[in-house]
Design a protein around this ligand. Structure first.
Ligand code: AMP
Ligand code: MG
Length: 503
């Protein structure tokens, strides 16, 4: 399954070295329970890149007991499955007890670059399921798999996805669908909401235990700081700022930035009704349950701050007065966001130096894209191929790859004049600039229509398209001749798609 011929030999399934840090936390943190079996499990797609992260030999992913293990039908030796408790602010309202309603943490696996946790999503009900079924549908599992792996290939911090296992189990959503399990990998799945849960209960001892766990296991350098808990909050603020800057620069919309979906390590976490920006519209709302646009594209940086304040308030008992905790967020979030956003946008535009007026130029560019509703990914990729200088008479031909994206060609020409003047000011050389731009401006992103087309085929038992999309998105910056269809603008049936929260 997507198996490269030259994969370094790795571990056998039974050789995974489990070391279950989270399971060793006190009982207040989790409920131990095995996954529920899944009928007629079958592999849908496997990421050999993710398998390599835990040192698993790709040949292992063909074994029937691989499928059993990651369907939740057989326990891997050394695993100690549990569901974790957490709370969270959902659409701004506090929910005191959420938790893994459909996720089983199998445990941590030792790797040369630290322990990585394996988690099954959709493997049956837990004490935190409330009235829901603990399952995930094939549709949302494929979406989570493809997007996790696509984000990783784009260089954006994210939880990873090892595989999707499908099944015949019917699951009721808006219509009847079938269940699947996606296996996720991350150093930790601790969320802002994990801290909020204990803060809400005034359980300062558990709050401290959780903060110590995060520092000692994942951010040990913070232990040397004069005030480690303050350093932790500052670090989360910085990472979150960098993450959201990366989202904005690439045009990623999470869709449900509730505090329970915010990773304490600044990873993109919990893929639901996400989307990648197509025709640029800063106000775009990718989640069709988000009536008021709380999580619209342009709101994401502001919501990141809101969520960090919620975390800051939760950490108050360990740090001090809210003025202190919120100031820590203020000191680290916006500066990290601003610096990274500017740096990434400059790179997308091919600007190698920092010059006065750059922020205005970036703003003007986004304003122009908004007015013209240009496909965000195609714009930057087409721009990457244009020369830094063009004689007036030759422009119609030379600039055609970009001009053709515009209904208003004059708007394109006017913007290009400004771009070329800016390149000229730094003595930009095409030979260096073009490859640098192609390395940051992807040819391919996971457009909703691509996921949708793959899902339609998968529902009929044909996983070829899921694997083809995955194969393409593993190398988003490389021109791949057999992926031309994925670099085209969305087909009419998919323009302006938004995705429901149901999963
Ligand atoms: P989400 O919107 O996916 O981030 O989920 C919010 C909360 O609802 C989390 O506590 C989930 O575990 C829980 N949840 C979502 N879907 C289900 C389901 N089908 N069964 C049980 N719990 C669920
Ligand atoms: Mg969630």
């Amino acid at each position: 399954m997507n198996a490269p011929l030259t994969h370094p030999p790795g571990l056998a399934l039974e050789a995974l070295a489990f070391d279950n840090h989270y399971a060793r936390l006190p009982a207040a943190f989790h409920t131990r329970l095995p996954p529920s079996p899944l009928p007629s499990p079958h592999p849908v797609v496997v990421s050999e890149d993710a398998a390599a992260l835990i040192g698993l030999d790709v040949a292992q992913t063909m074994r029937p007991d691989f499928v059993d293990a990651f369907a939740g039908n057989a326990l891997l030796r050394g695993s100690d499955p549990l569901a974790a408790v957490y709370g969270g602010h959902q659409f701004g309202s506090w929910s005191g007890r959420l938790g893994d309603g459909r996720a089983h943490l199998l445990g941590g696996v030792r790797t040369p670059s630290g322990t990585l946790e394996l988690q099954l999503k959709g493997a049956g009900p837990t004490p935190y399921s409330r009235f829901a079924d603990g399952r995930a549908v094939l549709r949302s599992s494929i979406r989570e798999f493809l997007c996790s792996e696509a984000m990783a290939a784009l260089g954006i911090p994210t939880t990873r996805a090892l595989c999707v296992i499908g099944s015949s189990l019917p699951v009721q959503r808006e219509t009847m669908e079938t269940a699947a399990v996606v296996t996720r990998i991350a150093p930790t799945f601790v969320r802002f909401g994990s801290f909020e849960y204990f803060a809400d209960k005034d359980d300062v001892a558990s709050l401290r235990t959780l903060a110590d766990h995060v520092i000692d296991d994942f951010l040990p350098h913070l232990r040397d700081a004069p005030k480690p808990f303050e350093a932790l909050l500052a670090d989360v603020a910085r990472r979150t700022g960098e993450l959201i800057a990366h989202w904005q620069a690439i045009g990623f919309m999470h869709g449900v930035m509730n505090t329970d979906n915010m990773s304490i390590l600044g990873l993109t976490l919990d893929y639901g009704p996400f989307g990648f920006m197509e025709a640029f519209d800063a106000g775009h709302i990718c989640n069709h349950s988000d009536t008021y646009g709380r999580y619209a594209f342009r709101a994401q940086p502001r919501i990141g701050l809101w969520n960090l304040y919620a975390l800051a308030d939760a950490l108050g008992p360990l740090i001090g007065h809210p003025d202190v905790t919120r100031a820590l967020v203020d000191d680290h979030y916006a500066p990290a966001f601003d610096a990274h956003f500017a740096q990434r946008m400059r790179a997308r535009l091919g600007l190698a130096t920092v010059q006065p007026g750059d922020a205005d130029f970036i703003g003007t560019t986004l304003g122009m894209l908004q007015l013209q509703r240009i496909d965000y990914t195609l714009f930057f990729r087409a721009l990457s191929g244009l020369p830094g200088a063009a004689l007036r008479d030759a422009r119609a031909v030379i600039d055609a790859p970009l001009r053709d994206l515009f209904a208003d060609r004059e708007a394109c020409d006017a913007w290009l004049l400004g771009w070329r003047a800016r390149l000229d000011r730094e003595g930009s050389r095409d030979e260096a600039r073009k490859p640098a731009m192609c390395a940051v401006n992807p040819r391919y992103v996971l457009r909703n229509w691509m996921a949708e087309a793959a899902i339609r085929r998968a529902r009929e038992g044909d996983f070829g398209e899921v694997r083809a999309v995955f194969g393409c998105l593993r190398r988003p910056f490389d021109d791949q001749p057999d992926c031309a269809r994925y670099a085209a603008p969305p087909p009419d049936w998919a323009a302006g798609m938004s995705v429901s929260c149901s999963s």
